[in-house]
Ligand binder design. Structure first.
Ligand code: SF4
Length: 351
C-alpha cells in the first residue's frame, strides 16, 4: 500500500486554542469542575479525553451551578447565551475561534447598517445558531439554492450574505451564485468567511485524491469540515470513508482496490478537530496489514497563531502564572519514524 498523508490535515489553530483552553483550566483549577457548553470541538475522542479528566459537558447552562467556570466551545455562542452566563455569575472563558468571531462581528455590523443577512450554512450547526443569534431579526439561513424562493426580502438592494466557516467551498460557490442571480445587488463579505483551515484541507483533497484508489478521512460524524472532505473526494470521483479511529477501519473498503489494498494508493487526511495520534495509529495499522510506504504530501503551508482568551489569561495571572507570550501556533505536521512506525517515510511537495 502507498499511503499519501495529506499536509495540512487535522488540528487547525482554532481547535488547538479551544483544546488548550480546557486543558489549561483542568490543570489550573483542580478543586472545581470545568464546565464546557457543547462539545468543545466536534470530535468524540477530544471530548471523551476531557471527560476522563473531569470536565463536564452540558447542553443547557441551567444545569451548571451558579458561579462556575464555563467554557464556550470553538463554534461560538449567541449574545443570549453570554447574557445568561452573566446573570448566573459564571466565569465564562470564551474559546470561540477568532475566525468565527469575525463572522459574528460582520453580522452585527451589517444588521446595524440596516442590511438583511442571508447566512449560508447548516441551520442546526452550533456555529450558525450562534451567528444567527447576533442579529436574529435580520438573519435568514440559506442551506441550499432551493431555499431562495422562500426568503422574505424587504429590499433587494440592502442584502448581504455571510457563510459558515466550515462549508464545502464547492457547495458554497453554488449557493452564492444562486443568491447573486436572484439578488444581483447582494453585498459580499469583505473576505471569504470560509476559514483557511477548511479551504486548505479541501484543496489538498482535490489535489491528491485523483491519484488515489481510496480516501480515508479521520474525524467524527458531527464534524462539518470532516464530512465536507469526504464529499469533496466523492465529487472528484474517489470513494471516501470517514472514520473516528482505527477500530472503524474495515478490510472490505479495500476489496475493489489493486491487490485488495496491498497495491492501492490511499490518501489519508483528517478534519480540523481530529487529533494527530489517531491518524498515526491508522497509518501504523494499515502498514501492518498491507505493508508499503508512507509519503507525506505538503500541499499548502500553514502557520497561524491565535492568542489565549483574556479570561483564561486572568485566571492564569490569579494563579501566579505569566500568560504573556502564550500564543497557540499551528503549522504543518511533521512525520517521524517514532510516531508513524518503522516504515519508509518520505515528504514531497505538490505544486
Ligand atoms: S475550522 Fe476554521 S473556523 Fe473552525 S476552529 Fe478551525 S480555524 Fe476556526
Amino acid at each position: 500500500m502507498r499511503i499519501i498523508l495529506s499536509n495540512p490535515r487535522g488540528f487547525c489553530a482554532g481547535v488547538h486554542m479551544a483544546v488548550d483552553v480546557v486543558d489549561q483550566l483542568i490543570g489550573l483549577c483542580k478543586d472545581e469542575p470545568i464546565y464546557v457548553y457543547h462539545e468543545i470541538v466536534h470530535n468524540k475522542h477530544v471530548v471523551q479525553r476531557f471527560i476522563d479528566r473531569g470536565a463536564v459537558f452540558v447542553e443547557d447552562l441551567n444545569e451548571v451551578p451558579e458561579g462556575s467556570i464555563v467554557v464556550f466551545s470553538a463554534h461560538g455562542v449567541s449574545p443570549a447565551v453570554r447574557e445568561l452566563a452573566r446573570q448566573r455569575r459564571f466565569t465564562a472563558v470564551d474559546a470561540t475561534c477568532p475566525l468565527v468571531t469575525k463572522v459574528h462581528s460582520e453580522a452585527v455590523r451589517y444588521a446595524r447598517q440596516g442590511y438583511q443577512i442571508l447566512l449560508v450554512g447548516h441551520a442546526d450547526h452550533q456555529e450558525i445558531i450562534g451567528t444567527r443569534g447576533e442579529a436574529p431579526d435580520a438573519t435568514q439561513v440559506v442551506e441550499c439554492p432551493e431555499d431562495i424562493p422562500g426568503l422574505e426580502i424587504k429590499d433587494p438592494n440592502k442584502l448581504v450574505y455571510l457563510t459558515q466557516t466550515t462549508l464545502s467551498t464547492d457547495d458554497a460557490a453554488v449557493i452564492i451564485d444562486a443568491l447573486k442571480r436572484a439578488f444581483p445587488n447582494i453585498k459580499e463579505p469583505p473576505g471569504s468567511d470560509i476559514c483557511y483551515a477548511t479551504t486548505n484541507r479541501q484543496h489538498a483533497v482535490r489535489q491528491i485524491a485523483p491519484e488515489c484508489d481510496l480516501v480515508l478521512v479521520v474525524g467524527s460524524k458531527n464534524s462539518s469540515n470532516s464530512l465536507r472532505l469526504t464529499e469533496i473526494s466523492q465529487n472528484v470521483g474517489v470513494k471516501a470513508f470517514l472514520l473516528d479511529d482505527v477500530t472503524e477501519l474495515r478490510d472490505e473498503w479495500f476489496d475493489g482496490t489493486p491487490g485488495r489494498g496491498r497495491d492501492a494508493a490511499v490518501m489519508l487526511t483528517a478534519g480540523a478537530s481530529a487529533p494527530e495520534d489517531l491518524v498515526a495509529e491508522i497509518c501504523r495499522t494499515l502498514m501492518r496489514r498491507y505493508g508499503g510506504t508512507i509519503e507525506q504530501r505538503d500541499v499548502v503551508p500553514e502557520d497561524v497563531e491565535f492568542g489565549l482568551p483574556s479570561t483564561l489569561k486572568k485566571i492564569m495571572r490569579d494563579k501566579g502564572l505569566d500568560p504573556e507570550g502564550c500564543k497557540i501556533r499551528v503549522g504543518n505536521w511533521k512525520i517521524t519514524q517514532e510516531v508513524y512506525g518503522a516504515v519508509p517515510l518520505t515528504v514531497s511537495a505538490k505544486s
